[in-house]
Ligand binder design. Structure first.
Ligand code: NAP
Length: 488
């Protein structure tokens, strides 16, 4: 496996935790410990924060082109090491190598996209309506940022935040999930190699998130939190940000509806279902959680989906031909088990999968449930595993109402051949993103994010860099001659 430093990255140096603590990183396929990395405490986090604060002014003053070129070099380095980085992602997170390669390419693309955006930040200038005053609009970086990422896309969730922060001229402290710290440490090494100045990016790996993060959010020096993770933790962090009015971007959980109308092309719908359900073994915020299928096509759709799910090869992500790797940990497997058991008790039929055989470790068999009762727990809980739950519906109004009947609103999927219906339902779905006849929406050039309790703000697209920029309005009187001619 690629050799990644196992220490904290602070001020351009690799450092042990002040108290010498380390934490294990395991391989979800075997449960074996792969290595130990530094386990930061509050003192380390404050050091990292100080380093980001010190570097901020000079970094904000660098030429946009210089920031752009660092990102571009990092993009090229990542792609030149795609196989090594994919193996790293698979080792700490579990997904099959082909999917990890996809994630590495997706992650790199954020650096390329934001290298292009770094040089396109524009302010404004104009005369105000009264003719007596002029306005200059400046764009400035928000300042030192705290970035917190989950384990499910360990490389891409990092670059999706680091890319725009670098492009905008912000410094940062990154705290990756404790299950997957290696991808972030690898990124730090790559960015340093690409010429990122010391202190701009600091990486703090820790198993003590609560202890380490709260003082930073309440301390008044961090000006922005960009968080990706569960809605539950997001709410807690929003409350911590309130005291010092820290600006936030929150990419939180989802409960995606996947709607198949009676006029859908079922080949396209089943392909879409496989992508929307099985990407990342179902451990994705965009994963289809509730399949609503029109009564007239539900049997055929369920059968075809079950056949496809049944053909998937489950095993360690490093083995060739494997489609479905292990889930991240025992707790993740237990949660899927619990949700399936609850649905079955409430009348669901299992078409494939449904139980974890003894000795399977963290591997969960691809599962299709049909006749799922609307009061099942999985209707209001992210399954985060390879299980598809199918319900039926009769008409459009009903399915839109049921699809929107959730506190979340990240993404929805709609399958129909009718353009009118496609646009109408897209408008009516309470979601930040809609997949129309496709099960894959993520793209670095598109604004990713949710409404309701799925989050605040967007990542990627033209808007991604805005999350890291402030406006400053400078008021100036218009020259006397202009005022005279306006008045007279
Ligand atoms: P999580 O438990 O919320 O953790 C996310 C990150 O927050 C981890 O780094 C975690 O570290 C940290 N964290 C937890 N408690 C914290 C605290 N009190 N203070 C500071 N940091 C804290 O989520 P997860 O299980 O890693 O990821 C899965 C969730 O992420 C799902 O809900 C999924 O939908 C969501 N997600 C959303 C998007 C999106 O773009 N909308 C993308 C991917 C994932 P510790 O583990 O050490 O606590």
């Amino acid at each position: 496996m690629i050799d990644v430093p196992k220490q904290l990255f602070i001020g351009g140096e690799w450092l042990d935790a002040v108290d010498g603590a380390t934490m294990p990183v395991d391989d979800p396929a075997t449960g074996e410990i792969v290595c130990h990395v530094a386990d930061a405490g509050p003192k380390d986090a404050l050091l990292a924060e100080s380093s980001a604060v010190r570097a901020q002014e000079e970094w904000a003053a660098t030429a946009p082109r210089a920031r752009s070129e660092i990102l571009r070099r990092a993009y090229e380095i990542i792609l030149s090491r795609i196989d090594d980085l994919a193996l790293l992602v698979t080792t700490e997170m579990g997904k099959p190598l082909a999917e990890s390669k996809g994630e590495v390419a997706y992650a790199a693309e954020f650096f390329r996209w934001f290298s292009e955006e770094a040089v396109r930040v524009e302010g404004g200038f104009g005369t105000l309506p009264d003719g007596r005053n002029r306005m200059l609009l400046m764009r400035q970086p928000v300042g030192p940022c705290l970035l917190i990422t989950p384990w499910n896309f360990p490389l891409a969730m990092g670059t999706r935040k680091i890319g725009p922060a670098i492009a905008a001229g912000c410094t940062m402290v990154l705290k990756p999930a404790p299950q997957t710290p290696l991808s972030s440490l690898a990124l730090a090494g790559i960015l340093r190699e690409a010429g990122l100045p010391d202190g701009v990016l600091n990486v703090v790996t820790t198993s003590r998130a609560g202890e380490v993060i709260e003082p930073l959010l309440r301390g008044g020096r961090i000006r922005k939190l960009s968080f990706t993770g569960s809605t539950q933790v997001g709410r807690l962090l929003l409350a911590q940000c309130a005291d010092t009015v820290v600006r936030t971007s929150m990419e939180l959980g989802g409960n995606a509806p996947f709607i198949v109308f009676d006029d859908a092309d079922l080949d396209v719908a089943v392909d879409g279902a496989m992508a929307a359900k099985m990407r990342n073994m179902g451990e994705a915020c965009t994963a289809a959680n509730r399949f609503f299928v029109h009564r007239s096509v539900v049997d055929e759709f369920a059968e075809r989906l079950a056949t496809r799910m049944n053909s998937l090869v489950v095993g360690p992500g490093t083995l060739p031909g494997v489609d479905v790797g292990p889930l991240i940990d025992e707790a993740g497997c237990d949660k899927v088990d619990r949700l399936i058991e609850d649905a079955v008790q409430r009348g669901a039929r299992v078409l494939v999968g449904g139980t974890r055989a003894d000795g399977l470790g963290r591997f969960y068999p691809p599962t299709v449930l049909t006749d799922v009762s609307p009061d099942s727990d999985l209707m209001s809980t992210e399954i985060f595993g390879p299980a598809a739950a199918i319900l039926t519906f009769e008409d459009e109004d009903e399915v839109v109402r049921r699809a929107n009947d959730t506190e979340w609103g990240l993404v929805g999927y709609v399958f129909t051949r009718s353009l009118d219906r496609a646009l109408r339902v897209s408008e009516r779905l309470e979601a930040g993103m809609v997949g129309l006849n496709t099960g894959l929406v993520s793209n670095p050039a598109a604004p990713f994010g949710g409404v309701k309790q799925s989050g605040l703000g967007r990542e990627g697209g033209r808007i991604g860099i805005e999350e890291f920029l402030e406006y400053k309005y400078v008021a100036m009187p218009a020259p006397a001659t202009a005022r005279r001619s306006h008045v007279g």
